[in-house]
Design a protein. Structure first.
Length: 566
């Protein structure tokens, strides 16, 4: 990873960058030399699935770089494969980009906007003797292409005349030939050490309805043909791509040079690899289609929609993109880095509340039967402007079941028979008795006494006890459901053919019968809170008044780090 360093204002660009990386150094040099007068980038997703955290890195890089250089960034859908694309994906991609905090203004484009122009460009190459119609099928083309150590061999149709190629290509467009029977290929170099230069396919026949152009076309451009020319037509100065396109760059250059059109500069960077997840859209689609998750927005998915539903903030994802930086070298980022960015952000913005996931009834014997106190609680100690709130306190409370042990080990500082703890924002209590279910032997109720002199904020409240636990008033508590999400896979690298065997069977625990403080009754979808001592939680989209549902967004600390050390 390359270091990001603070910089002063640069006279050549007039910008004040917060980060330095090899991409910005290339852009600085291009602007300084006069190669380009401004910065114009683009984000070109294929609408065949939902965007994931890897796309978020690219979005932040393309839109963020353009913004920092006072340039612009286009959104262009690479809609060249109608059999895999859907308007649902188009809409979700736009929504996710806006949610991340970026906008393309009026610069929304589609590769399909350029189908006619791309066809005209193909005619130019045919006329120049640089493209030909081939009758080999896909398997035969692969066979003729050769290997990394052996050159390819010419197609028997490579030397068709210009006139014959023009006629056949026009008839391909008119739909006279079946799918797969012919292709248009660039005539480059079948002996090139770069396999991408060995007469790549530019068009294939595909009788399929397109979500924008309907049945107007039955030939569709390949990505390698549409990509560079689309960038050129939009005036893209810096075409920022992931490393897998580095070997394709000579082909993109060849196309624009043969056509004599505007030449964008392509720069490649390492894609994001994240532990405990898969980043392949094909595998993510498989998870959805096989009902291994609840959909593209399942909070366990690495999709932006899934992260958003889980409770991630756009600020935390942008912070993550800044923190990991950009590099030319492939690397794997531990998912704990992403989680730590989220904790850093939520720690500053999330309201603290008290919630009990596994309630155990607690009766304060010496507290007046009908008395209810309104105690003051801090909303966020990191931000005084968030103020305080009132929470009710009464004779009967709920505490977490794990905060009591009948026979505790040494250094157990929570509640046990005869022990004292402080109730958060309230009083010090002492356990005096335990009530058990006579049949099962399970503890169902605790009896305690409280010291009325130790109310939070009073002089006697300074009396030291080693444990503090949270609680909710039983009379005022609101029922809720908690969905405790964990990592989707239980190994850092869930790769290989048997990747699904690494799915974490404990990635979701649904906890019903939770009790939360009454102020949460009005919580709305996507409201985020810190459940004190438990973690950060977000109101799920399924939540409704009277049926509160919370997703665990992230724990208060990296519990997996302890597991791995063990």
């Amino acid at each position: 990873m390359e270091d990001n360093k603070s910089q002063g204002t640069e006279p050549e660009t007039g910008k004040t960058p917060e980060k330095r990386n090899f991409i910005r150094e290339i852009i600085d040099e291009d602007l300084k030399s006069g190669k380009y007068e401004t910065v114009h980038t683009r984000f070109p997703p294929e609408p065949n699935g939902y965007l994931h955290i890897g796309h978020a890195k690219s979005i932040c890089l393309n839109f963020g770089t353009a913004k920092d250089y006072k340039g612009v960034c286009n959104l262009r859908f690479d809609d060249t494969n109608p059999t895999k694309e859907d308007i649902e994906y188009v809409e979700s991609i736009q929504e996710n980009i806006r949610w991340l905090g970026f906008d393309w203004d009026n610069r929304l484009y589609y590769a399909s906007d350029y189908f006619e122009k791309l066809y005209e460009y193909a005619i130019i190459l045919i006329r120049k003797g640089k493209a030909y119609v081939d009758d080999l099928n896909a398997e035969e083309i692969r066979h003729h292409r050769g290997t990394l150590t052996e050159p390819g061999k010419d197609s028997p149709y490579r030397n068709r005349t210009v006139e014959e190629n023009l006629d056949l290509f026009e008839r391909m467009r008119k739909g006279e030939f079946p799918d797969g029977s012919k292709t248009l290929r660039a005539k480059v170099d079948m002996s090139s050490p770069n396999i991408n230069m060995r007469d790549p396919v530019m068009y294939r026949i595909l009788h399929a309805t397109h979500h924008r152009t309907a049945d107007k076309w039955c030939i569709y451009p390949m990505y390698d043909w549409a990509h560079g020319q689309s960038d050129s037509m939009e005036g893209i100065t810096h075409s920022i791509c992931t490393l897998e396109f580095e070997d394709h760059r000579p082909l993109y250059n060849w196309f624009v040079e043969q056509l004599g059109i505007f030449h964008p500069r392509q720069i490649e960077f390492a894609r994001l690899n994240l532990t405990y997840t898969v980043m392949s859209k094909r595998r993510l689609l498989q998870l959805v289609q096989e009902n291994l998750v609840g959909g593209w927005d399942d909070p366990r998915m690495p999709t932006i929609s899934g992260l958003r539903r889980r409770g991630y903030t756009p600020e935390s994802i942008r912070l993550f993109a800044d923190r990991i930086g950009v590099s030319k070298a492939d690397s794997v980022i531990d998912v704990s880095v992403l989680e730590d960015c989220l904790r850093s952000d939520l720690n500053k913005r999330a309201q603290r509340v008290m919630a009990v996931l596994h309630p155990l009834k607690l009766v304060i014997e010496n507290y007046p039967d009908r008395q209810v106190e309104e105690l003051e609680a801090v909303n966020n100690p990191e931000d005084e402007s968030m103020g305080t709130r009132k929470i009710p306190f009464s004779k009967v409370l709920y505490i977490e079941r794990e905060d009591f042990m009948e026979n505790p080990p040494k250094k157990y500082f929570r509640l046990s028979p005869g022990a004292e703890v402080r109730l958060r924002y309230a009083y010090i209590i002492k356990c005096t008795g335990v009530v058990k279910d006579p049949k099962m032997g399970e503890i169902v109720e605790l009896h305690c006494t409280y010291d009325p002199e130790t109310k939070s904020g009073s002089p006697a409240s300074q009396r030291k006890v080693k444990g503090t636990i949270h609680w909710v008033s039983a009379q005022h508590a609101v029922d809720a459901e908690a969905r405790v999400y964990d990592r989707l896979f239980n190994v850092p690298d869930p790769g290989g053919d048997n990747w699904k065997e690494s799915l974490n069977p404990s990635s979701l625990e649904v906890v019903k019968g939770c009790k939360v403080e009454p102020g949460l009754a009005a919580a709305k979808a996507q409201d985020r809170f810190q459940f004190e001592r438990l973690g950060y939680y977000c109101v799920d989209n399924d939540s409704k008044p009277g049926n509160l549902v919370f997703n665990r967004t992230v724990t208060l600390r990296d519990t997996w780090a302890k597991i791995n050390k063990g």
